[in-house]
Design a protein around this ligand. Structure first.
Ligand code: DC
Length: 218
């Protein structure tokens, strides 16, 4: 079984994915990681983030283990890391270079310890439209910009990052715009996606709705 969850930053995709992955014994691929990895490599090399051919080159060489290693860097999940990921993800050549790595995961899904899984759950922006257009169940999860900025602000705080709320909100607005307006694979729900607005829903409510849909499909 392949499930995709797309939507803007901090809408609750990761939390939903983690719960569904555990319940249905699915391997989890947070596809934002591939763009965060390339964005971080660009920053570590002091390259201009808008230099598409440099980013493409790094993307072509990126491997799964290298991405996992980069994810340990404290800048990987920072607000700046999200902005860098969003910039490189708007470059068509970077997206093309990273597509196969994402699609290959569905062919042989494995858990973090390398054991095989029953299927995979993807989260990202285009996993239901481009990466896995034939997924069994697709969700598109969203929430108001303020609610998402507040969630991201709290999350950064628990990680010891004291980014001012106004900055988190501004980054979120700019990132949403870039993700939704880019020419290649813009963030949008697949035609057959179930759409949830989580602004006023608890995580338990979201998980319950998603489980009902998955179980009615199987
Ligand atoms: O989900 P995230 O915040 O880790 O994603 C970081 C950036 O990567 C996001 O701003 C847009 C991009 N992204 C994308 O373009 N396509 C995906 N499937 C996942 C993420």
């Amino acid at each position: 079984m392949i499930i995709t969850i797309d939507g803007p930053a901090a809408a609750g995709k990761g939390t939903l994915a983690a719960q569904l992955a555990q319940k249905y014994k699915l391997a989890y691929f947070d596809t934002g990681m591939v763009y965060r990895a390339v964005g971080l490599l660009m920053r570590l090399n002091h390259f201009d983030l808008n230099d598409e051919s440099k980013a493409e080159n790094l993307a072509q060489k990126l491997t799964f283990p290298q991405m996992m290693e980069l994810s340990q860097n404290s800048e990987f999940r920072s607000s700046e890391g999200g902005v860098a990921a969003s910039i490189v993800s708007s470059q068509p050549k970077v997206r093309a270079a990273l597509l196969k790595m994402q699609q290959d995961f569905a062919l042989k899904p494995v858990f973090a310890d390398g054991t095989p899984a029953n299927g995979a759950i993807y989260d990202g922006r285009d996993t239901g439209t481009v990466v896995c257009p034939n997924a069994d169940v697709k969700f598109f999860i969203t929430a108001s910009t303020e609610v998402r900025a507040k969630r991201r602000f709290e999350e950064l705080k628990t990680k010891g990052k004291d980014t001012p709320f106004e900055k988190v909100l501004q980054d979120m607005i700019e990132r949403d715009e870039r993700d939704a307006k880019r020419a290649t694979a813009p963030m949008k729900p697949a035609e057959d996606a179930y759409i949830f607005d989580t602004s006023a829903l608890s995580i338990q409510e979201v998980v319950q709705k998603a489980e009902e849909i998955i179980e009615n499909k199987h």
